[in-house]
Structures are given as structure tokens and as C-alpha cells.
Design a protein around this ligand. Sequence first.
Ligand SMILES: [Fe+2]
Ligand SMILES: [Fe+2]
Length: 298
Amino acid sequence: MEKKRTILTTSSRGINEDSLPFRLYQKAKKFGVWNPSDIDFSQDAKDWVALSDDQRYEVLRLISQFQAGEEAVTLDLLPLIMAIAKEGRLEEEMYLTTFLFEEAKHTEFFRLALNAIGEKGDLSIYLTETYQKIFYELLPNTMNRLIHDASPEAIAEAATVYNMFVEGVLAETGYYTFYQSLEKVGIMPGLLKGIGLLKKDESRHIGYGTFLLQRLISEHDHLFELVVNKMEELKPYSIRLNEESSDLPETTFGVSREETLNFSLKQLSIRMEVLARARGKKIEDIYRLTEKEVGVIS
Ligand SMILES: [Fe+2]
Ligand SMILES: [Fe+2]
């Protein structure tokens, strides 16, 4: 027989308003409501035609990989939300409703940018072999496992792949490349504006993933090793993704491939350092973590 449900909000417990997930939910209601269709891409359209063919190729590859990535994370988040809801973790689920909404907006944002610069054709050539391995197989398989296996191990693996690797390493490296390329030469302001807003939303997503992993590690210490091993297993993907981007040491915007790779690998080690701090912490302290401690920028 199913266990009788517990309603939290009519109990003396109420809502855990001081908990990090609830604070993230409050932040998301304030900062996560920017509207992609309010962004003006008129200058971007002008800048786009003035670029060289090689520059257009590079920027379009990056936008295409982001576009496909945002679509994938929008479609693949639901099993995690379901797993959290089944455990009755109300504050976490309240935050996750904003998470999914924001991913949908990011998907819309990149599509609007592509439309504005007139790139309406098939962009699948930009989704390289390693890219497909990550977004067509690894991410959906890891997330869909949660539908039939919501064990702490499976949730920890999902948060590692989704929040730590895809958002925390791959997307962060993408923003770095966008800024190094476009901001330095002062072009495509609409695209950069949206990326700035999106990056803030993503800092809450990664912040939640960090909280979730810290909570799981604090409850089941052996999960730390599982996360470390998973991150090690994922490392070669970021190296290969970088290799597949070009044969040249620098992009046409002068961004060094080696520096980009170093940035990526640094993100990996930062994520692990933050998680290592959870070991031995009491569960109450995990709930009281500050936004800053999990890297939330707004
Ligand atoms: Fe996103
Ligand atoms: Fe995200």
C-alpha cells in the first residue's frame, strides 16, 4: 500500500523559507523573468553581414551548439523534477519550476537570434561527433534513467552530468568564447545581452545542482567518489570537443584554443573543489549554504 501523503504547507513545518532552494526560487522569480522577445537584434543583423565567412562559420557553430544544447536540457530536465517531487521535496520542486521555464526561454532566445541574423537553414553540421555523443546519448540516457531508478546514485549521476558538466563546464566555456570573440571587437550586442542574462539564470541552475550534490554527499558519503569518477570520465569529452572545433591554434577572433581548453579544465576542478567541501558537513548546514558559496551571481 502507498504511504499516506504528508502535506507540508498545512503542517507546523510550513515552507522552509531559509533553505537555499527556496531562496533560489525567490531569486528566479525576480531575475529569471526577462523576455527573449524584448531583445533588439537589429545591430546584430547588421554586424552579421559584415563578418568574414570564417568568422560567421565560427560564431554560427557556437550558436548552433548552444541552440541544440538548450533544447536538449529543456527536454531532459523533467525526470529529475519528477524524482525530486516523488520525494516530497517541496522547496526544491518550487525552484525547479523556474529552472525548466528558464531553459525554455533560453531555447527561444537562441532561435530568435538565429532568425534575426537570417540563419534559418539546417545547422546540424555544427553538431560534431563528440557533441552528439554528449547531447544525443549521454545526457538523455542519464536523465531518463531517473524515470525507473531514482536512487541517490542515479540522482547524483544526473546532477553531475547535467549541472556540473553540461552547464558548469561546457556552457561556461561557451560563454567564455562568446565574450572573448564578440565583446572584444564590440559586435552583436543583442546576442551578448541575452547571453549575459542567461548566464545569471545558469548560475542559479548550477547553484541548485551544487546544493543537490552536496545534500546527497552529506547523506551518503560514498557518492563523493562516484561524482569524482564521473567527472574524470567526462573530462575527455571536453578535450575532444575542443579538438573538434578547429585544427588551428587560434580562432579568427584571436581566441587561443589552448586557453579555451584550460578554461574548461579549470571549471572542472572548481566544481570538484566546491563539492569536496560538502564532505563531513551536517545536512542543516547544506540547507543554509549561501548563494555565494554555490556560485550564484544573481
Ligand atoms: Fe539554459
Ligand atoms: Fe541551465
